[in-house]
Ligand binder design. Structure first.
Ligand SMILES: [Zn+2]
Length: 229
């Protein structure tokens, strides 16, 4: 899954308003931040097999440290603890941890059965949504639209950057996502990994930048007061 992870990041802003969108984007994509690094180090492996799924040509042969269920739990906990240590936002830390864990669930739905339960385990899980291009676009498109609406509802731009940078971010993700299935296969595994690292190095800071130019749509306290009356 690709823009589905961003959908989770956008939607999580509603329940974790103190967490920056940058943190949420990195949390929801965190397994894919770890993965390219381990690919470049030769620790994890994948093959490029044109036509392997309807959506992309990736056969994830071995990626237990970035994408096993057990390690996802470890990454979620570590991410939540670091976030709590830096921000002291206990409720937000729980949601940020859930955003990290959501990555495994969404990949489990999309991938062919290649998701390990724990490093060294032989079992592989995956529901294979990527076998169908229309189903992938429907599910991920609906998730993405929902995430965009939720984030746009619970935040409001403080200035023009808050509007332009946010909608440009949304447009860029769609532009990167839609042509994917019709693009030629990437030249090499390392090219995919480097592109992944470059992407998050741009999209992460961009999302922090958006967040600094948007605030809560309405302060929470007048609502609470109105309810008490
Ligand atoms: Zn992934």
């Amino acid at each position: 899954m690709f823009i589905g992870h961003f959908a989770v990041a956008f939607a999580t802003k509603k329940v974790a308003p103190k967490a920056s969108l940058g943190t949420l984007v990195i949390a929801a994509s965190f397994l894919d931040v770890v993965w390219p690094v381990l690919v470049l180090l030769g620790v994890e492996r994948f093959r490029i097999v044109p036509g392997f799924t309807a959506v992309n040509p990736f056969d994830f042969v071995h990626y237990p440290w970035s994408h096993s269920l057990l390690m996802t739990a470890v990454w979620s906990l570590l991410f939540a603890l670091v976030y709590f240590g830096v921000k002291g936002d206990r409720a937000g830390a729980v949601w940020v941890g859930i955003a990290v864990a959501s990555h495994w669930v969404l990949d489990f739905v999309s991938h062919r059965p290649d998701m390990p339960l724990y490093p060294g385990g032989g079992e592989r899980l995956g529901l294979g949504l990527w076998q169908s291009l229309p189903a992938t676009f429907a599910v991920e498109g609906l998730m993405f639209a929902t995430g965009v609406v939720l984030y746009a509802q619970v935040t409001k731009s403080r200035d023009r950057i808050g509007t332009i940078a946010w909608w440009a971010f949304v447009a860029l993700l769609v532009a990167l996502y839609v042509p994917g299935p019709w693009s030629p296969p990437p030249p090499s595994q390392n090219a995919v990994a480097i592109l992944g690292i470059v992407a998050i190095s741009i999209l992460g800071p961009w999302a922090y930048w958006i967040d600094r130019h948007r605030g809560p749509a309405a302060p929470a306290w007048p609502d609470a007061q109105a309810l008490r009356r």
